[in-house]
Design a protein around this ligand. Structure first.
Ligand SMILES: Cc1cc2nc3c(=O)[nH]c(=O)nc-3n(C[C@H](O)[C@H](O)[C@H](O)COP(=O)(O)OP(=O)(O)OC[C@H]3O[C@@H](n4cnc5c(N)ncnc54)[C@H](O)[C@@H]3O)c2cc1C
Length: 485
């Protein structure tokens, strides 16, 4: 048997790498984790998930956006909000999360190395140490590639990190612009467009596709588009970008975006957000017998093994769904498989949260998918304004939809837009995971007043539409009398 320096080496300290390393360490394996940045946590902690969600919370709090239903559209908690105001909170949370990550890894005896890793062969990595301490070769029985992604850059666009930026530059903005063009209406583009609009920035959102977020329920997307327009966002959909140029004249520094249609969009800054590319270009994949696709992603089997069985790949570097939540689970499952612990794949039924303002969340199938699949279904809807908690928090536009099979009454999907949707969705997720029916919501009791009550209203709505009566199933305690529907 060859003798290796480590049982497992993980490349990358994002959510996927962390969980792979910790799981292997918990199995008493000798584990090293290599990170090329001076800070741990990957995109998730340093430039993506955590910063953007903290930024959003700061925007909502300081702008008083949530309270405007009561106090009027001009209500604000702080006049003249600055980028420093917003970043104060973000910096604190990032620092705490980096600390926590380091603590969790070291507590589990994962050896941390600050270096850029690249393959020498399938069991050997070359480490280029970031602090100039030279190079070293290390070997491992198992190698996990958890190198994540970086913002996709077009070589023709003059990115400068100041006027023409990617989401990685948001935390380094010198000031809040008065106007912003966002190129790419994917999740990240829509999230930042809505955050800046809530601050009063005039935003233009551009995408070559004819609708926002094509994978989201159409009614939910309509509601988002309506609310973005209410926040003075201009949507330029079905429009391709030909060129972006910085302009410096007597009016100051601006950016001019030329659209293929001949239109131009002028803004103080442009956020370019057309997707992400796998970080595989510099890790010398051929030396290990690996190749990536044209977007830098690695192909894996159900156990996250690449075509070279001792090399696993997890997280954003393997593509869809590219979420911190699923990346963590992939890391954990890869480590289990590598050391012979039986583990399943990440469940197909995972929720998706989109932190636009308002927030969107969903689990299971949407109406378009069910229609294409020919599944007989019905929909039940509840609007936040119809329930007490919706009135209390001032969210009059929130909407929760439940989709269920008309023959078996099984819950098939939940789609929500509105305050707290990314938490609320987990109720539907749990019911679906246990094969629950729409009747569960009618037969159960929720805290009052809560947004969870939407489930009950939506269930009644769906059952009424079908002209059905409620079934008392095993999944919930049957009340003494049949509820009136
Ligand atoms: C703006 C934004 C908002 C997001 N919001 C959400 C959200 O709300 N919810 C959610 O679930 N997900 C969100 N995501 C996605 C989430 O951040 C990713 O899914 C997650 O970070 C992927 O984790 P990972 O471990 O695969 O990679 P990463 O977090 O990208 O970490 C990879 C690490 O590998 C290191 N690395 C790369 N190459 C090498 C090398 N050769 N040697 C050593 N180290 C290397 C990198 O420096 C990096 O630290 C968001 C992403 C962005 C960009």
């Amino acid at each position: 048997m060859p003798v290796y320096d480590y049982d497992m080496i993980v490349i990358g300290s994002g959510p996927a790498g962390q969980k792979a390393a910790i799981q292997a360490a918990k199995l008493d394996k000798r584990v090293a984790l290599i990170e090329r940045k001076t800070v741990l946590g990957g995109v998730s902690v340093n430039t993506g998930t955590i910063p953007s969600k903290t930024f959003r919370e700061a925007v909502l709090d300081l702008s008083g956006f949530r309270e405007r239903a009561f106090y009027g559209v001009s209500y604000t908690v702080k006049q003249n909000i600055t980028i420093e105001d917003l970043l104060l909170r973000t910096d604190q949370v990032i620092r705490h999360e980096i600390d926590l990550t380091r603590h969790q890894l070291t507590r589990n005896h994962v050896e941390l190395m600050g270096a850029t890793a690249s393959f020498e062969d399938a069991h050997t990595l070359r480490l280029d140490f970031v602090d100039g301490r030279g190079q070293r070769l290390v070997t491992a029985e198992v190698i996990v590639v958890a190198t994540g992604t970086e913002a996709t850059m077009d070589p023709h666009i003059p990115f400068d990190g100041r006027q023409i930026i990617t989401s990685d530059d948001i935390l380094r903005l010198d000031r809040l612009p008065r106007t912003l063009a966002v190129v790419g209406a994917g999740v990240v583009g829509c999230e930042y467009a809505s955050m800046f609009a809530a601050l009063g920035v005039r935003v233009t959102l551009i995408d070559k596709r004819p609708r926002l977020l094509p994978f989201v329920d159409a009614e939910v997307v309509d509601s988002l588009a309506y609310q973005l327009r209410e926040s003075r966002v201009t949507l330029r959909l079905g429009e391709d970008v030909r060129d972006i140029e910085p302009v410096h004249d007597e009016h100051g520094d601006r950016v001019r975006i030329h659209l293929v249609s001949g239109k131009q969009v002028v803004a103080e800054k442009a956020l370019y957000s057309i997707g992400r590319t796998g970080n595989t270009g510099k890790i010398n994949l051929p030396a290990a017998g690996l190749t990536a696709d044209d977007r830098g992603r690695l192909k894996v089997n159900d156990h996250y093994q690449t075509v070279v069985p001792n090399i696993y790949a997890v997280g954003d570097v393997i593509g869809f769904p590219s979420l911190a939540s699923t990346s963590m689970e992939q890391g954990r499952l890869a480590a289990c498989h590598a050391f012979g612990i039986e583990a399943k794949a990440v469940p197909e039924l995972f929720p998706y949260g989109i932190y636009t303002i308002p927030e969107i969340s969903m689990v299971g199938k949407n109406e378009e998918e069910l229609t294409i699949a020919g599944v007989p279904y019905e929909v039940g809807k509840a609007r936040y304004r119809e329930i007490a908690r919706g009135q209390i928090i001032g969210d009059s536009t929130g909407l929760l939809k439940v989709l269920f099979r008309t023959d078996t009454r099984e819950l098939l999907g939940v789609h929500i837009i509105g305050e707290g949707s990314s938490e609320l969705v987990h109720i539907g997720q749990a019911v679906m995971a246990y094969g629950g029916k729409i009747d569960y919501f009618v037969n159960t009791v929720f805290n009052y007043p809560t947004l969870a009550e939407c489930y009950k209203n939506a269930a009644f709505d769906g059952i009424n539409r079908m002209g059905l009566s409620v079934e008392h199933t095993d999944t919930s305690p049957a009340p003494a009398v049949t509820p009136k529907v």
